[in-house]
Design a protein around this ligand. Sequence first.
Ligand SMILES: Cc1cc2nc3c(=O)[nH]c(=O)nc-3n(C[C@H](O)[C@H](O)[C@H](O)COP(=O)(O)O)c2cc1C
Length: 386
Amino acid sequence: MTPELSTDFSTSPVAIKTVFPAGEPLRAPASSLDGMVTGPIELGGRHLASRYFLAPLAGYTHLAFRRVIREIGGVGLCTTDLVQASHLVSGTRWARELVQTHPSDQPLTVQIYGGQVRHMVAAARWLEDHGYQAIDINMGCPMAKMTGSGGGARLMCNGDGACQLVGEVVRAVKLPVSVKMRLGWDRSRLTAPLLAEEFEQLGVCAITIHGRTRQQGFTGDVSLDGIRAVVEAVKSIPVVGNGDVRTAADAIRMRRETGCAAVAIGRGALMDPWIFRRIALAEAGDDSAVDFTPTPTEQVDFLRRHFELMVEQHGEYLSCRNFRKFAAWYGARLGIPEDLEDRLRKFESVAEFAEIAAQIEDRHGTRTEPLPTALIRTPNGPVEYW
Ligand SMILES: Cc1cc2nc3c(=O)[nH]c(=O)nc-3n(C[C@H](O)[C@H](O)[C@H](O)COP(=O)(O)O)c2cc1C
């Protein structure tokens, strides 16, 4: 099947929030929840307590982050960072570390990518043999490293190839298989609805749709119309909407305007690790969602816990280096004074981290800059050079 190209559904662009939503009301008006299905969701035979999921963010959504986010509560499903299928099977250290999990890290889906059917099938079988619960196929990554080998978003340009790959992975295992994709390669090739329809027939259990094209990268409008077109294309499987959800109100609006059954949140969870809890409160009609703020102790404990879990998995040296990039994200939300955020960007040891955390506790809230000092690093410049 080669999907017919071009359905322009980008008629109502949605403003993107790229800044920290400090002080913004976090709860949608109760009326906006009317008639909307809330609470648990069934996905590929799994009963998920919430329909708000953590979207994979390579380099960020590692085991420690997933565990600490789950401890806050409200997240229905986490997915690993994308893992190269061939590396998973051949057993490279990095690929195996990416799929490391823990009894508290449930429910979990492992995301694999690759352009070769045999690698993807072998990786799916490996995951089944090793007790994992579910597999997600990456069809959205815009990076040349993935698309060059025919994987990631490139698969969306080749309807027959994508269907063959998905069909063979689904047939190879008993585990539920889902697909995460974009609207298409660019505005002239919006293949997502047609592919979603085909993938459903091939037996995938869900589709996650990031409401941008590959051409857009990570900026530009998220098209709720585009997400809705995918929702309308499938018969009964859940569609998970994704893109630029930063507040509970954003999540509820995405569900209301697209009809998607669930929402995946990536960068919004880095900016606000309590976002899933806020959404749960909002859905429960709890007025405290509007003003809900974790106490200073909860905020510093979150920081300490995330780092502690990283050290548990990776040891001191790597954890210090890998934790630094979170400083810019956590600084504003966790009330970290600017000079201490700066120290978090370059600390060298567990002892130094403990000293910085103690100072954050003492001087919590004395920060003057309410916005994050840096946004997540995404590729920029012409998309052809990524
Ligand atoms: C740094 C970064 C890493 C990402 N890694 C992955 C990945 O491993 N797998 C994937 O399917 N999407 C990945 N994405 C895309 C996100 O899952 C998500 O679709 C996108 O960021 C839009 O959602 P958001 O605005 O909630 O972050 C990544 C995005 C960013 C910014």
